[in-house]
Ligand binder design. Structure first.
Ligand code: KIV
Ligand code: ZN
Length: 383
């Protein structure tokens, strides 16, 4: 029996902080509804104090959600928390996500403050949030670069104040997986009262390590992952939801799983990409256009004989209709015969040899040979 990992989706909050992208309120509702169907446990709907538009969309999403808990972000500021509580009122189940920077650089340069004062502000914020909702998540911003001993002191204090979830963000995407995993382990082992709260991974992708760090986090005892569809977010983005979900699903030996309905992953990836006007890179794991496409002859031959030779995931499991055998100048006879058969041409060995020579002439000129080119190629081979 696998242990349960909660999925905290922040596509509509951290994800929406993508430079140059903005979602209108209708699109936010549409995406929120699909995330609810997908099975996310928590949906961070926005930062209600940041603008009247964000306030209204958190409120509308709160009315709409059937299963997911709705979460609103705040700073450790009383007014932020009041406004978030108001926006979340219509939700069946809600969470306030409050916090403050804990690294020495945040304390010194952002707040011109001290470690003790930061703990006081953190505790006051959690207590205030707790006066509105039972479920309060605390984030220690820049935890990735925060000294572990101090971080443990902060965690202990906010648990005492009532925090139910402790978010340990690698805000700048600095950590290596070993470091991030060790941080979570350290907190598990050194924070008094840690059994009263869930540790959460929130990793950024500045060094391309967000997914690896989140996995290192859950392997060391975290039980929630914060992520976005397509890994969108500030700068190089956040942990990608589809990646962490499929890693846990593929590696059953880890005994960790989520309740995400993976067959919906490709569809929701396309929806977010379309509404945000932000294409998914073709080589993106799980949902990129090339994630299940094979173009070299050796790979195509292997996949046609047995899909698993070059694919670790059945495309249907993530909502992709089928693996693509792309015809290029690097394709071999097996791929050509396979694609020709799909459109009704069964070729024997001699015919295939002739068609293959015609095919190469076209493939050398065109980047890709499509189904509509094939009948002409077959005719040119006098078949
Ligand atoms: O990256 C970060 O630290 C955040 C917090 C506001 C949770 O997004
Ligand atoms: Zn973030």
């Amino acid at each position: 029996m696998s242990e349960y990992i909660e999925i905290f989706d922040t596509t509509l909050r951290d994800g929406e902080q993508v430079p140059g992208c903005k979602l209108d309120s209708q699109s936010k509702l549409e995406i929120a509804e699909q995330l609810d169907f997908l099975g996310v446990d928590v949906l961070e709907a926005g930062f209600p104090i940041s603008s009247p538009g964000d306030f209204e969309s958190v409120k509308s999403i709160s009315k709409l959600m059937k299963n997911a808990r709705v979460c609103g972000l705040t700073r450790a500021v009383k007014k932020d928390i009041d406004v978030a509580a108001e926006a979340l009122k219509p939700a069946k189940r809600s969470r306030i996500h409050t916090g403050i920077g804990t690294s020495d650089s945040h304390i010194k340069y952002k707040f011109n403050s001290t470690r003790d004062e930061v703990i006081e502000r953190a505790v006051a914020a959690v207590k205030h949030a707790k006066s509105y909702v039972e479920d309060v998540e605390f984030y220690a911003e820049d935890a990735g670069r925060t000294d572990n001993e101090f971080l443990a002191r902060v965690c202990e204090a906010v648990i005492k104040a009532g925090a139910t979830v402790l978010n340990i963000p690698d805000t700048t995407g600095y950590c290596l997986p070993e470091q991030y995993g060790a941080k979570i382990k350290y907190l598990k082992e050194n924070v008094t009262g840690i059994h009263k709260a869930i540790l959460s991974c929130h990793c950024h992708n500045d060094l391309g390590l967000a997914t690896a760090n989140s996995i290192a986090g859950v392997l060391n005892g975290a039980r929630q992952i914060e992520c976005t569809i397509n890994g969108i977010g500030e700068r190089a983005g956040n942990t990608s939801l589809e990646e962490v979900v499929m890693i846990l699903r593929q590696h059953k030996d880890l005994n960790l799983d989520t309740q995400i309905k993976s067959q919906q992953l490709f569809g929701i990836s396309q929806l977010v990409s379309d509404r945000m006007g932000m294409m998914v890179q073709p080589n993106k794991a799980i949902v990129g256009a090339n994630a299940f496409a094979h173009s070299s002859g050796i790979h195509q031959d292997g996949v046609i004989k047995k899909r698993e030779t070059y694919e670790i995931i059945d495309p249907a499991e993530v909502g992709v209709t089928e693996s693509a055998i792309v015809l290029t100048a690097r394709s071999g006879r097996a791929a050509l015969a396979y694609r020709a058969k799909k459109i009704g041409f069964e070729l024997d060995k001699k015919q295939l040899d002739r068609v293959y020579q015609e095919f190469l002439k076209i493939a050398d000129i065109q980047k890709e040979v499509s189904d509509s080119d094939l009948p002409k190629i077959i005719e040119a081979a006098n078949i």
